[in-house]
Design a protein around this ligand. Sequence first.
Ligand code: URA
Ligand code: URA
Length: 284
Amino acid sequence: MATNRQRYLRQQAELGGDEVYLTAPLPAGEPAVAEAVATEPAPVGSAQPEVPSAAATPARSEPLASGIEKWRKDAPAIPGPGLVVQPPELGLLGDEVWRTDSLDQLASMIHGCQKCRLCEGRTKAVPGEGNPRARLMCVGEGPGATEDQTGRPFVGAAGQLLDQILAAIDCPRDTVFIANIVKCRPPQNRKPLPDEAAACLPYLHRQIALVRPTVLLALGGTAAEWLLGVRKSLGELRNQVHRYGNIPLIVTYHPAALLRNPNWKKPTWDDVRIARQLLDPRSA
Ligand code: URA
Ligand code: URA
């Protein structure tokens, strides 16, 4: 049986994180939470940003005295191009899914879905939610316990961190659309198995086609791999502007990973500010 430490290190490797310094070995029997030594200040989530008022599109941010939005200050340059994937052709999604013409209709279908074994253990399916005309669409891995109970994505601890991250780039939660690779909770929050992800992906492809976001943000390795159709580490996929059809796609850490490893907050803050710049390029 893997120790917590082994599990933790394996998870780090999967997430493609940089080297991490543990201040102490993980106590036996404890959940895999490591006290990591942050080498840089961690702006994301370190203070509760003021949440801008809800609006149908991301609010124009408060300019600083210097005249630029807070998130834009010292934001990294937009990186070069990465992978290009074509969204599946119409017919390949299955007629039933492709014929849906609203997110609500798709959600009803998901609530009744029995395409994979995950339906057996679910309390509620979690189709995803948000602004149907969102400019930013976030994609996670799959529902956890709180999501399974409530039927809503990213409402547990990781979700609260995601809310803060979104607020910090002036894209408050209700302006974006949030979905997952799989819509039902995998047992013990394990990674979705390939057949489960494959069975569920047509829903996500259809959601993207219906929302038509300006930018896609993949949260964590699972979302990145399935959206881009590759097996690569997060480290290999970050810091590039991939394309899903015509939509730029940025890959960053999963917020749950940030809760375990604060070292990743700074790179995440960089990634989301890249995504944010793609939404609103600096005007000439
Ligand atoms: N983690 C995810 O990947 N998705 C959720 O909806 C919640 C937690
Ligand atoms: N998937 C990821 O990529 N990261 C997590 O922390 C959890 C699931």
